[in-house]
Write a protein that binds this ligand. Structure first.
Ligand code: PMV
Length: 320
């Protein structure tokens, strides 16, 4: 009798971008943190008869099912997965709202298929596989989402370079509030590309300003200086507004969070809807959350990023 498990699961976290989304597509560094409280778990179960592998999820629309089947085919090719499998995903990450749902699915799928083949992937291998899958979904993603969910650590990311884990001497408490449905990342990235086309010199100045804020914010994070990290986030929100990806609902949530005592607040991810992220003191969580709910936030997530612990786990570990 075989002692192989009945099924193989892998769970990957969500992510939030603290500084630098969109500008990262044009070579500016960005900072992102893992959201470990929301996750995607993929379970791959070997099929008894030699039929083709399939994706099982009754909640997917026909278009999403087609994309899921493509992801599965692509992932199997990349991982040399030959065992016939049925694959299921369960996610607590709100879909398409800037919290890394697609990157998390990509990483969890690759992790589960690797386990079914009795292979263990390093974080970097997992990132590369997830990135290839993200290209199917988003076209030409910068790679910040897949790097953050695969490494599961706060990191500084510049397109084309290896991600750099970041150290923060203090926990970061974040309140995330949904402004409602978001456009797709592709649409938001296209909106920024139009802004650039309309005024290339003006856009280059905005990229310079964004790079300066990322640098100031990253240094503040390293010192545990929430006031200056918050300032950099606020300035980044202004720049994201100028490149066309904020909305009145996001602006309103940002102002509400700041008036309720947050250190800083901005949209996170692609924008044009989706989540707003506020940096708060622990004792302000209830006050800020209440104010955001009154302002119409549909969904609120509170998360603490224990930066130092994650950096240690990353140094020790492999992903699978
Ligand atoms: O897909 P989202 O909402 O997590 O946004 C990805 C971040 C962008 O900078 C907008 C795009 C990219 O490829 O980096």
């Amino acid at each position: 009798m075989s002692n192989r498990p009945d099924s193989y699961s892998y769970s990957a976290c969500g992510k939030a971008i603290l500084l630098g989304e969109h500008f990262v597509v044009y070579g500016v560094p960005a900072v992102a943190v893992p959201l470990t409280g929301v996750r995607t778990t993929v379970t791959a179960t070997p099929l008894l008869s030699p039929q083709s592998s399939c994706w099982v999820d009754p909640t997917l629309s026909p278009a999403e099912s087609e994309l899921a089947a493509q992801l599965l085919r692509h992932a199997r090719l990349r991982l040399g997965s030959t065992l016939p499998l049925s694959v299921r995903a369960h996610s607590t990450i709100p879909r398409g709202c800037g919290l890394g749902s697609s990157a998390s699915l990509a990483a969890a799928l690759c992790g589960a298929l690797a386990r079914a083949e009795d292979r263990s992937l390093t974080s970097e291998e997992l990132r590369a596989h997830a990135h290839a899958l993200e290209e199917l979904v988003h076209g030409a993603p910068s790679g910040i989402d897949d790097a953050t969910v695969a490494w599961a650590t706060p990191l500084s990311f510049r397109k084309g370079d290896a991600p750099e884990p970041l150290h923060s001497p203090i926990d970061l408490t974040l309140v995330l509030a949904s402004s409602g449905p978001a456009a797709t990342t592709r649409e938001a990235v296209a909106r920024v590309a139009e802004t650039r086309l309309a005024d290339p010199d003006g856009f280059a100045s905005l990229c310079q300003a964004a790079a300066q804020q990322v640098s100031l914010g990253t240094a503040a994070l390293g010192r545990g200086d929430l006031a200056n990290l918050g300032r950099a986030m606020n300035e980044m929100q202004r720049l994201l507004g100028l490149v066309g990806v904020s909305t009145p609902a996001l602006e309103s949530l940002v102002q509400t969070a700041l008036s309720a005592g947050a250190w800083g607040a901005k949209l996170t991810g692609a924008g044009l809807g989706g989540f707003m992220l506020a940096l708060v003191d622990t004792d302000q969580v209830d006050r800020v959350s209440r104010a955001l709910r009154v302002d119409g936030a549909e969904h609120i997530l509170v998360t603490v990023v224990p930066a130092t612990a994650m950096v240690v786990a990353q140094r020790e570990g492999t992903a699978a």
